[in-house]
Ligand binder design. Structure first.
Ligand code: GLN
Length: 550
């Protein structure tokens, strides 16, 4: 039977509950237990697809096409495995399925209520997501005491009654502030979080104490006594330079073995953290450094710079850099800068490489294309992701194929040269207002031409007929390269080195590259979603290597 570990937050959110969950998962996996991670998001949205990235960070895409909270991304990056969309549960999903069942007459005249119907649906989804794993770790979004968390805590308490308390462990992640005025670490908010959790009938078994510094024994004792748990179940989680340090810190406190002992289990294998440690050291003290510009939008929200909307890209660069013992400095550039002042393009000479990430709509598009033209002509390494590929094709059509009117129909519906367009099938769906159905979401395989730059990057990929290779990356976009323009672009020197074949035989362009360039590769996919710590994505790895060339 699956053992469940519940991770709940106290005091404030945003202190690394997701990373703590991912770290614990990685640790238990290393101790030899099959482990999965589940995220509960108490919001009423069905998924994260419609959330504004400036508010909520990036939308994570799973292999099976889920548009999910970015914590699932953290889990995949730590666990080095794909996590399906059923591992993200939202309040919206729960109520929708209960209401749909009620409308379909499923409840046979019963009064449909919070208890037991909503609670049963929560439990049902948790059990389905845990599958046949030995351990399932469930992270509850927000903090204990939020109104919207109540159904989930209630359902977990019910699950505990059914499977027995010895099969459940509760981990509270709290924050210990150090107010400037007194310069002393305060435990009171943690005590209150313990009480709040207690009001749901739950006592924590472990408390992870986030703070600027490690906790001293006096504070650990105070919290342990307050929570009625052993002193060594209070784990210190001080601020760190890189999130990948956290599993190492937890293991230094013996967290894996302590959690296993709570379940009456012992470690099945001695974890080997050597490679993990080596990569962490490379992040902290890299042999060398490169600077990479990310030219996007969404870069400010009020007074804050919202680099979280590109979290997976910066993580993918960190993974690729750590592997090469190379530190990555990111330079965030708002694409519109180049529209108002093209002389600013000279800034790009100062960086070692440029990324244009995914994006939607017209804002900043002309600035992005100016930057692409600049890096193309000045031999500066370029990696284009999704919109970054579409705009590379439009820029090439405009400036290298004599078609200055070229555009994507996303920005100019009536363009003379729709180099990027909606496919006919999608047009039908759009006419029916089925917007969701027009998105290409999740993993798609692509055939990559042998001897192409992209094929060289994906070394180790499955070789298929005639020596081409097959690769698979995740997608989240609506527009496609217009097949009618592929010959014109290729005649002028752009190479489409990979394509996906749809069931109806249509070829969708997946990769483009320029020969005779330091590195000019772009993809319709989002390869950042398949990059993991210790297992970087091949496109990012190749790009960072190209950036390292003096
Ligand atoms: N806006 C483009 C499209 O919908 C690209 C999307 C993206 O970059 N994720 O096709």
């Amino acid at each position: 039977m699956t053992k469940f570990i519940i991770v709940a937050g106290g005091v404030i959110s945003g202190v690394g509950k997701g990373v703590a969950t991912a770290s614990l998962g990685k640790i238990l996996k290393e101790h030899g237990y099959t482990t999965t991670l589940i995220k509960i998001d108490p919001y009423i949205n069905g998924d994260a697809g419609t959330l504004r990235p400036t508010e909520h960070g990036e939308v994570w895409v799973t292999d099976d096409g889920g548009e999910i909270d970015q914590d699932l991304g953290t889990y995949e990056r730590f666990m080095n495995e794909a996590i399906p969309k059923k591992n993200n549960i939202t309040t919206g999903q729960i109520y929708k399925s209960v209401i749909d069942k009620e409308r379909a007459g499923h409840y046979l005249g019963q009064t449909v209520q919070f208890v037991p119907h909503i609670i049963d649906e929560v439990k049902h989804r948790i059990i389905a997501a845990s599958g046949d794993h030995e351990i399932a770790i469930i992270e509850i979004g927000g903090t204990v005491g939020d109104y919207e968390n109540v159904p989930f805590l209630f359902a977990l308490k019910r699950l505990e009654r059914e499977i027995g308390a010895n099969n459940m462990a509760y981990v509270l992640v709290t924050y210990l502030p150090i107010p400037d005025s007194i310069a002393e670490m305060k435990t009171k908010p943690t005590q209150q979080a313990i009480r709040l959790l207690g009001s749901e009938g739950i006592l924590p078994d472990f408390i992870l104490c986030r703070a600027k510094y490690p906790l001293d024994t006096e504070r650990k004792k105070k919290i342990a006594e307050f929570a009625h748990i052993p002193l060594d179940h209070i784990i210190s989680a001080p601020d760190i330079d890189t999130i990948y340090q956290i599993p190492l810190n937890f293991e230094a406190e013996g967290l894996g073995q302590k959690v296993l002992s709570h379940f009456g289990l012992t470690s099945r294998q001695q974890p080997n953290w050597d490679n993990w440690q080596k990569l962490v050291t490379a992040i902290k003290n890299p042999e060398r450094k490169v600077t990479i510009a990310i030219i996007g939008k969404y870069l400010t929200s009020g007074d804050y710079s919202m680099t979280d909307s590109y979290l997976s890209i910066s993580q993918a660069l960190t993974h690729a850099g750590a592997d090469q013992n190379c530190g990555i400095t990111l330079k965030w550039i708002d694409a519109q800068t180049f529209e108002t002042d093209p002389t600013k393009l000279a800034q790009l000479n100062e960086v070692d490489g440029v990324i244009i990430p995914g994006g939607f709509g017209a804002s900043g598009v002309e600035g992005k294309m100016k930057a692409i033209e600049y890096v193309r002509k000045n031999n500066i390494p370029y990696l284009g992701l999704c919109y970054g590929m579409q705009l590379a094709a439009v820029e090439f059509a405009r400036n290298a194929c004599g078609a200055p009117e070229a555009h994507t129909t996303e920005v100019d519906k009536d363009t003379l040269h729709p180099v990027v367009d909606i496919l006919p099938l999608q047009k039908e769906l759009l006419d029916q207002k089925d917007y969701g159905g027009t998105m290409r979401l999740g993993s798609y395989s692509a055939v990559v031409q042998k001897n192409s730059k992209v094929a060289q990057l994906y070394k180790g990929a499955t070789v298929i007929a005639n020596g081409d290779v097959e690769v698979s990356e995740r997608h989240r976009h609506r527009y496609e390269m217009n097949p009618a323009y592929v010959p014109m672009l290729e005649e002028n020197g752009l190479i489409f080195s990979g394509y996906h074949v749809r069931q109806d035989g249509t070829k969708l362009m997946e990769f483009l590259e320029l020969p005779d360039h330091a590195f000019f590769v772009a993809t319709q996919a989002h390869p950042e979603f398949k990059s993991r710590f210790g297992n970087p994505n091949p496109l990012f790895a190749g790009f960072v290597k190209a950036c390292m060339v003096e």
